[in-house]
Ligand binder design. Structure first.
Ligand code: ATP
Length: 457
C-alpha cells in the first residue's frame, strides 16, 4: 500500500468512480446538484449486487421474513403519528461571518469552509462567538399532491422506509399466514434535506435504504436484538469487508430516540473516520401502538396458543445501500506495488478486491490477439458463460497486460484468455485478480471451476 494522506485516498476513489463509470455527480453538465449522485453502468451493477446480497440474506434464504414495496408518498398523517413532522429535525446554526451552515450536534467533525481559516474546526468558530442560536430544521422534503399548492395538499417524501412497513403490518399478517416472530423487509429510496451532506455518497439528500422490521413477542425481544446485531455485522465480513475496519458501537442513553430502549451501530473506518453504516434499533411497540391509536385499526396480534393479545416489539436493522456500496468500494481499493517498470519506477496496479458476489463483472473474456480464429472462440465462450448467468465482459483491443489491469481496476475477479493453445487442445488461461496467478483450464471445465472458486472465495 502506498503511503498517501487519507483525504487523497478518498479523492482517488472518487476519481476512479467517475473515470470507470461507477458514480457521477447528478446534473453534472449543468454544474451538478449538491449531494445528489447518479450511478453509471458499473455502479448500478454494484448497487444491484448489494441489494441482491441483502435481500438473499434477509428474505429469500429464510422462512420468517417477507418483502414489501410501499409507496414513497404516504398520507401526511403517517408522518404526524410517527413523530417525524414535529421531531425529525436537526439543530442548525449559521455562521454570521462566512454564512456557512452546520449541524450543531456534529461540530466536532465539521470544518469551516472559508479558505482564509484553512479548514479550521467548526467548534473553534463557535468558540469565537460567530454562530447564531441553534434552530430546529425539519429534514423532510415537502411537495404538493394535485393541482393546488396549498397547505391541505402537502405531502412528504418519505425520510425512511420503515413507516410503510408498520402501516402494512396487518395487511401482511392477514395475507401471509406468518405469526411473530417474523419480519418484513423493504428496499427503497428515502429523502432527507440534510443540513450538511457530504463525503461523497455517504450523506446524500436522496438515497436508498434497506430496512427490516422484526416483530416478536415482548419476552423474546432481547434475544432477537442480540441476534440481529451479530448477524448484520457478519453480513459485511462475509462479503469481504475487513473485520478490523468494522466495529459495533452501542448508543449512549443520550443518543436514543425517546421511544427506543437501545440501538447499536455498525461502523466502518472510512478515510474520514469511524462512521455509521447501519443501526440496529430496539423500537419497542411504539410505532404499532401509535398507529393503532391514531388510525383506530388494531395493530396487535392474538396468540391463539397462549390465548392472549399483545402488540409485538420491534427490532429494526436499518442500512443504507449507498453507504454499503461505498464501504465495499473503499474497503476493496488498493494500490499495489508489483515490481519495477521498464523505466525503473515502481509498477503500481490499482485493484478493487471485491467479493465475486459484489463485483459488477464476474468474468472478462479476451482473445489474446484479434486474429487466427481466437475472437470467434472467445465470443462463443463469453456467450456460454453469460447464458449460465455470469456477469461477463468481452474485450479484444490492446495489449493483454493492459486489459488485465483495466479489469483489476474495476474489481473483476476472473479473466479468461483464449490463445493459440486453446485452438489446439481446448484449454484457456484463467487469471485470478488477487494473486494474478494464471492456470490452464479446459473450456469444458471452465464453468465448474469458476463456480467452485466463487463458492470458496
Ligand atoms: P446519520 O446519523 O448518519 O444521519 P441516521 O442514524 O439518521 O444516520 P437512520 O435513520 O438510522 O440514520 O437510517 C438508517 C441508515 O440509512 C443509515 O445507517 C445509513 O446507512 C442510511 N442513511 C441515512 N441517512 C442517509 C443519507 N443522508 N445518505 C445516505 N445514507 C443515509
Amino acid at each position: 500500500m502506498m503511503s498517501k494522506k487519507p483525504e487523497d485516498l478518498m479523492e482517488r476513489i472518487v476519481s476512479l468512480c467517475k473515470r470507470r463509470g461507477f458514480i457521477f455527480q447528478a446534473s453534472e453538465i449543468y454544474g451538478g446538484l449538491s449531494s445528489c449522485y447518479d450511478y453509471g453502468p458499473l455502479g448500478v451493477e454494484l448497487k444491484r449486487n448489494v441489494k441482491e446480497a441483502w435481500w438473499e440474506d434477509m428474505v429469500t434464504s429464510r422462512r420468517d421474513i417477507v418483502g414489501l414495496d410501499s409507496a414513497i408518498l404516504q398520507s401526511p398523517t403517517v408522518w404526524e403519528v410517527s413523530g417525524h413532522v414535529t421531531g425529525f429535525s436537526d439543530p442548525l446554526v449559521d455562521c454570521k461571518v462566512c454564512k456557512a451552515r452546520f449541524r450543531e450536534d456534529q461540530l466536532d467533525s465539521q470544518v469551516c469552509p472559508n479558505k482564509k481559516y484553512k479548514k479550521r474546526p467548526a467548534n473553534d468558530c463557535r468558540n469565537q462567538g460567530f454562530f447564531t442560536e441553534p434552530r430546529q430544521f425539519n429534514l423532510m422534503f415537502k411537495t404538493f399532491m394535485g393541482p393546488v399548492e396549498d397547505s391541505a395538499s402537502v405531502v412528504y417524501m418519505r425520510p425512511e422506509t420503515a413507516q410503510g412497513i408498520f402501516t402494512n403490518f396487518l395487511n401482511v399478517l392477514n395475507s401471509s399466514r406468518l405469526k411473530p416472530p417474523f419480519g418484513i423487509a423493504q428496499i427503497g429510496k428515502s429523502f432527507r434535506n440534510e443540513i450538511t451532506p457530504g463525503n461523497f455518497v455517504f450523506r446524500m439528500r436522496e438515497f436508498e435504504q434497506m430496512e427490516m422490521e422484526f416483530f416478536c413477542p415482548i419476552e423474546e425481544e432481547p434475544k432477537w436484538y442480540e441476534y440481529w446485531v451479530q448477524k448484520r455485522f457478519d453480513w459485511y465480513t462475509k462479503l469481504g469487508v475487513k473485520a478490523d475496519k468494522l466495529r459495533l458501537r452501542p448508543h449512549g442513553e443520550d443518543e436514543l430516540a425517546h421511544y427506543s430502549i437501545g440501538c447499536t451501530d455498525v461502523e466502518y473506518l472510512f478515510p474520514f473516520g469511524w462512521s455509521e453504516l447501519e443501526g440496529i434499533a430496539r423500537r419497542t411497540d411504539f410505532d404499532l401502538k401509535r398507529h393503532s391509536e391514531a388510525s383506530g385499526t388494531d395493530l396487535s396480534y392474538f396468540d391463539e396458543l397462549k390465548k392472549e393479545r399483545y402488540t409485538p416489539y420491534v427490532v429494526e436493522p436499518a442500512a443504507g445501500v449507498d453507504r454499503a456500496a461505498m464501504t465495499f468500494l473503499v474497503d476493496a481499493y488498493e494500490e499495489q506495488e508489483i515490481g519495477i517498470d521498464k523505466k525503473g519506477r515502481p509498477d503500481v496496479r490499482t485493484v478493487l478486491h471485491f467479493h465475486p458476489k459484489i463485483a459488477p463483472i464476474t468474468v472478462a473474456v479476451f482473445p489474446l490477439v484479434k486474429k487466427d480464429g481466437m475472437p470467434e472462440v472467445a465470443d462463443e465462450i463469453e456467450s456460454l458463460l453469460r447464458m449460465e448467468g455470469m456477469r461477463t465482459f468481452y474485450d479484444q483491443k490492446g495489449a493483454i497486460g493492459r486489459r488485465y489491469r483495466r479489469q483489476d481496476e474495476i474489481g473483476t475477479p476472473f479473466c479468461v484468455t483464449i490463445d493459440g493453445q486453446t485452438l489446439q487442445d481446448g484449454t484457456v488461461t484463467l487469471r485470478d485478480r488477487d494473486s494474478m496467478e494464471q492456470v490452464r483450464v479446459h473450456r469444458e471445465e471452465l464453468m465448474r471451476t469458476l463456480k467452485e472458486r466463487i463458492a470458496n472465495f
